[in-house]
Write a new protein. Structure first.
Lengths: 253, 224
């Protein structure tokens, strides 16, 4: 590990200790909340009020300011969980396990939001709540992958082995996501193609794009806040009799 | 004992154990036939409807039969402690696990090949699709065993792992189902199927190399 500069690796080792992480998360959350609001308010205003209506879809398209960031987050969090799982398996880092398992319900929530908003949008646009379209189906399967992670973690009594099991599952899942995605894509396609990621010439107007990116940033920060809070709780639940938890509770009381 | 010998010793042992309990061997087969029988009863017996649904029905039933038989893969070894002996052996666990999966497939996956044509006949699948049905079964049932082994290894320590096992494994089965039933469907309409077959073969080779590793890791976790 000599290729990592000493201050950096010291920072990592210190952050990996539960009491230190707890204190750090406590300090970070208010700042993240401020940043979150700073992105959310102009994003929502820009998306729902300032941006022009779409020439075909009218105002219904505005649901993308929730739908698209939520769909992005659903994939992003799963990949992040797999990274955490890799770290947890290789270095046996407790904090990575805690972050992995705290991320799963949040990721499932984003996936659910993406599915619900997509189906709300689909009713006026496609004339039906649900179609067995490639992207919808792979998003639904992603939801099942998330639910598998949380229920496997809940089923195994010993939380250390549960975390290892979940790490393996997250890694297996992340290898499978592209395979599932492309096989489903080949199977059936109705969803509109990507509009933002065509980097050279996005087919979305700049006045619509900026609020979307603001909302994407806001969703990332929301995830950071939520995962830190739930990781704090998970840490306390894991070692309720540890010295630092006792002194923490005494100070609060 | 060399690695190859150890591999075949595992296969031999598991086959021997399976043949001692012959009644259990037939269960996945009966299940397969039963599930296929349920479909005409549920959707009606119009021949053209059944014919259109035949590839999907056969493949969903094969998938459920594979899922049902998975639990036996490590269960008895876990209960009587021979799984711990396997973990203690000097050979890499992933290779030994591959041996167990291979034996399990010979006992539960291969017999499906014998019944599938009969069921295809019942559902009125055109004869020209029969070779494709066989090829997809040969390629994809080992794939189901390989992928499912990861899920079994993760849940073998749980007392009621059945529901969780299906939640873990079924999403991972989706690509197999799509390509296998897609190939049979195309063959029934007389279209070329080499693309689907090639992808199934690629997935099988990939799974042969990759899936024993997480399975071995998960077994180590479960035995702890």
């Amino acid at each position: 590990m000599s290729f990592i500069p000493a201050p950096l690796s010291r920072f990592f080792h210190r952050t990996a200790s539960p009491p230190h992480f707890y204190a750090l998360a406590d300090k970070l959350v208010p700042w993240l909340t401020v940043l979150f609001l700073l992105l959310l308010i102009p994003g929502l205003y820009g998306g729902l009020v300032a941006a022009p209506a779409d020439y075909q879809q009218g105002d219904s398209y505005r649901i993308i300011y929730i739908h698209v960031p939520a769909a992005w987050m659903s994939l992003f969090i799963y990949v992040l969980m797999a990274v955490m799982g890799g770290i947890a398996l290789v270095w046996r880092m407790k904090l990575a396990e805690v972050m992995l398992i705290s991320s799963a319900p949040i990721g499932a929530g984003f996936t659910f939001v993406a599915l619900v908003t997509g189906s709300l949008w689909g009713k006026p646009m496609w004339g039906t709540w649900w179609v067995w379209d490639a992207r919808l189906t792979s998003e639904l399967i992603l939801l099942f992958l998330y639910l598998g992670v949380t229920s496997l973690y809940g089923a195994i009594e010993d939380k250390r082995s549960a975390a290892r099991a979940v790490s393996i599952l997250a890694l297996v899942g992340v290898v499978n996501i592209p395979i599932i995605h492309y096989s489903v894509e080949w199977w059936n396609t109705l969803h509109q193609g990507p509009t933002v990621s065509k980097m050279d010439k996005p087919s979305i107007h700049i006045s619509m794009l900026i609020p979307l990116l603001l909302m994407a940033g806001a969703f990332k920060l929301y995830y950071a806040i939520a995962v830190l809070q739930s990781a704090k709780l998970e840490l306390i639940k894991r070692e309720p009799s540890a010295q630092w938890v006792k002194s923490l509770l005494e100070n609060k009381a | 004992m060399s690695l190859i010998q150890a591999f075949f010793a595992i296969v031999r042992r598991d086959l021997l154990l399976a043949f001692r309990r012959r009644a259990e061997m037939a269960n996945p087969l009966f299940f397969f036939v039963l599930v296929v029988t349920l479909f005409p009863l549920a959707v009606g017996a119009q021949p053209n409807l059944l014919q259109a649904m035949a590839p999907g029905v056969i493949w969903v039933s094969a998938l459920l039969a594979a899922l049902l038989s998975l639990d036996g893969l490590f269960r008895s070894d876990f209960d009587d402690g021979s799984l711990e002996q396997l973990l203690l052996s000097p050979h890499p666990l992933s290779v030994l696990v591959l041996g167990k999966i291979f034996a399990h497939w010979l006992v539960t996956g291969l017999p499906l090949l014998l019944v599938a044509p009969l069921l295809a006949l019942f559902l009125g699948l055109p004869g020209q699709a029969m070779p494709t049905l066989w090829v997809t079964l040969i390629l994809a049932t080992p794939l189901l065993s390989l992928i499912g082994a990861i899920g079994v290894a993760l849940t073998v320590g749980l007392r009621r792992g059945g529901m969780i096992l299906s939640l873990l494994v079924l999403p991972l089965y989706v690509p197999v189902l799509i390509f296998a039933s897609g190939a049979v469907d195309r063959a029934a309409s007389g279209l070329p199927v080499s693309a689907q077959i090639n992808i199934l073969l690629a997935m099988l080779l990939l799974a042969l190399v990759l899936t024993p590793l997480p399975t071995a890791a998960a077994l180590k976790m479960s035995v702890n």
